[in-house]
Design a protein around this ligand. Structure first.
Ligand SMILES: [Zn+2]
Length: 551
């Protein structure tokens, strides 16, 4: 084209006519970066599936995703990013035969790194075993960068400072060049992590302020296109995108939503829209978005986003071998019984499974101790894995995922007043009003009237040490159908953790404690009842006996 334009100009010059200056701006090439994405992959490295015949088959989805990244990178060097939307440290690959969850966690992220993952975000499940385990796992990473702009670990077990990682163990934001585009990334962790997992003393910063600050910082560093790795869930993603314009793409997670098309969030000014993606969970799909941007870094076309089956790729043999090596160290999965109804391990306070688990604990304790037991009490925090299990076979690993802690079943004998104090705690005490109904009780009925006065505790160093005033919220209390008698004694089966006053269960700490073999123990004796069954064993036994299917 160029020489056709030159010829008339030369003619004009030759004729001595005045020179005409024509500024021809060369068209800016469209730049592209291929985003490959997963979320909530829960270390489902082997993709084990149990067929109708009960046999397990392995699809090795991570090894297939590694192959997809390798092939994409070969076709487009420097133009591919592999991203994970959070919730990695969960599921099968945390169940080692030696029970060492910290080691299991430390083995997990490096496999993502080996598969070619570039960036990820911390999810709530990463914290299921506390921030120390997250720290140890992060220490094994060198290329795969975890981002979490709203996580403030300074001075805690998750302080990002680490001698082996000059750039920090994890970061708020990152700037990377992909296909010639300067891409700014930041990560956000769901604030619900505070209640559904164990953040310890790690603090969370407010979402909108953190988002605004991250956008400003990234733009100042020269980011043209902004990608948010979000472990918030798709509804919160939409809200955030609407509230804070300027995010180009959200690689989402947490809600396990399989978005076949990217969701477009328009802004009512002239800013570019935000595109939200999510791929389901457990490596079932790989998200692929060929991000095309204009000269200003605005996303031109996000409609290329599509989900594909990892099965479309031949597994990378190195990742298969690494998966098999880890698999050999795990507890083998086996079917231990069945469930006739869905186990809701998301809404514990209203879960039929949770009440029946409390009943199983009470009945087990009565059978083994030969002691009269009036009721069973578990706390909502003792139920993990945050999912709904459909009716069907139950495996040993499902039970240990729901009850991962090594808590033992014990007996606590309380006066009627002390039992009422326990129920006041369940109805929400003065320091804990937002967390009402955090006890799952079987055998005891209570109506919580939150308009009435809550109990008041005396605190020392954030720990309750005495009840200053009994509450009045636990109303119409009955035990085995009879009204509670304040002077009478009642025996409750519960966990040693709660009997020692864990989760601020001071009223349980104040009762008389005994192991199921009849030995009394003091609340501060950490080694007592070592011979007693773990909660996960009691539940497993109840599953096998079909007790949890009984109304
Ligand atoms: Zn999550």
């Amino acid at each position: 084209m160029q020489h056709f334009r030159l010829i008339p100009l030369l003619l004009l010059v030759a004729c001595g006519a005045p020179q005409v200056q024509i500024a021809v701006t060369p068209p800016q090439p469209i730049r592209r970066c291929l985003l490959l994405t997963t979320n909530d992959s829960e270390s489902n490295f082997d993709g084990a599936e149990r067929g109708a015949d009960g046999k397990l088959t392995y699809t090795y989805p991570l090894a297939r995703i590694a192959a997809a990244k390798k092939a994409a990178l070969a076709a487009r060097p420097g133009g591919v990013l592999l991203l994970e939307g959070g919730d990695v440290l969960q599921g099968r690959f945390l169940e080692r035969q030696d029970g060492d969850r910290a080691k299991a966690a430390a083995d997990n992220w490096p496999l993502y790194e080996a598969a070619g993952y570039d960036f990820g975000v911390l999810g709530n499940h990463e914290f299921d075993n506390g921030p120390k385990v997250v720290r140890r796992a992060l220490q094994g990473l060198h290329q795969f960068r975890l981002l979490a702009a709203n996580v403030d670990g300074a001075g805690t077990a998750l302080d990002p400072a680490d001698p082996g990682h000059p750039q920090g163990l994890f970061a708020a934001t990152a700037l990377v060049e992909c296909g010639g585009i300067k891409i700014g990334l930041f990560g956000l962790l769901t604030p619900s992590t505070r209640t559904i997992s164990d953040l310890g003393d790690v603090k969370l910063k407010p979402l909108q302020e953190t988002t605004q600050a991250s956008l400003t910082a990234l733009r100042q560093q020269g980011a043209e296109t902004i990608v948010l790795l979000s472990h918030l869930g798709v509804d919160d993603d939409k809200q955030l995108a609407q509230a804070i314009p300027g995010i180009d793409v959200i690689v989402g997670g947490h809600s396990h939503t399989k978005l076949e098309h990217a969701v477009r969030v328009e802004h009512n000014n002239r800013l570019a829209p935000t595109w939200i993606t999510q791929t389901g969970a457990r490596f079932e799909r790989l998200g692929r978005m060929d991000l095309a941007v204009d000269a200003d870094g605005h996303v031109l076309d996000a409609t290329t986003y599509a989900l594909e089956l990892p099965q479309a790729h031949v597994p990378d043999p190195g990742i298969v071998a690494a998966t098999d090596k880890l698999l050999a160290e795990l507890v083998p999965e086996k079917v231990i019984g069945k469930r006739d109804y869905a186990w809701d391990v998301m809404d514990i306070a209203h879960s039929q499974y949770a009440v029946r688990a409390s009943r199983a604990v009470a009945q087990y304790a009565a059978r083994v101790s030969k002691h009269h037991v009036d009721g069973g009490l578990l706390n909502t925090g003792g139920f993990r894995s945050h999912t709904i299990y459909p009716p069907g076979p139950v495996t040993n690993l499902e039970v240990s995922a729901i009850h991962p802690f090594r808590n033992r079943v014990v007996l606590v004998t309380l006066t009627g007043q002390q039992l009422k104090d326990v129920l006041e705690h369940a109805c929400g005490h003065a320091q804990n009003l937002e967390h009402g109904a955090n006890s799952i009780v079987w055998g005891v009925q209570v109506r919580c009237d939150v308009a009435r006065t809550p109990a008041r505790y005396k605190y020392v160093d954030n720990k309750p040490v005495a009840i200053e005033a009994h509450g009045d919220r636990a109303q119409d209390v009955t035990v085995a159908g009879q009204p509670l008698a304040l002077g009478k004694k009642y025996t409750i089966a519960t966990l040693d953790y709660l009997a020692r006053g864990g989760s601020s269960y001071l009223p349980l700490q104040l009762g008389e404690h005994q192991c199921l073999d009849g030995k009394a123990f003091k609340a501060d004796d950490k080694t007592a009842c070592g011979e007693t069954a773990l909660l996960s064993d009691v539940i497993s036994e109840a599953v096998t006996a079909g007790e949890l299917d009984r109304p």
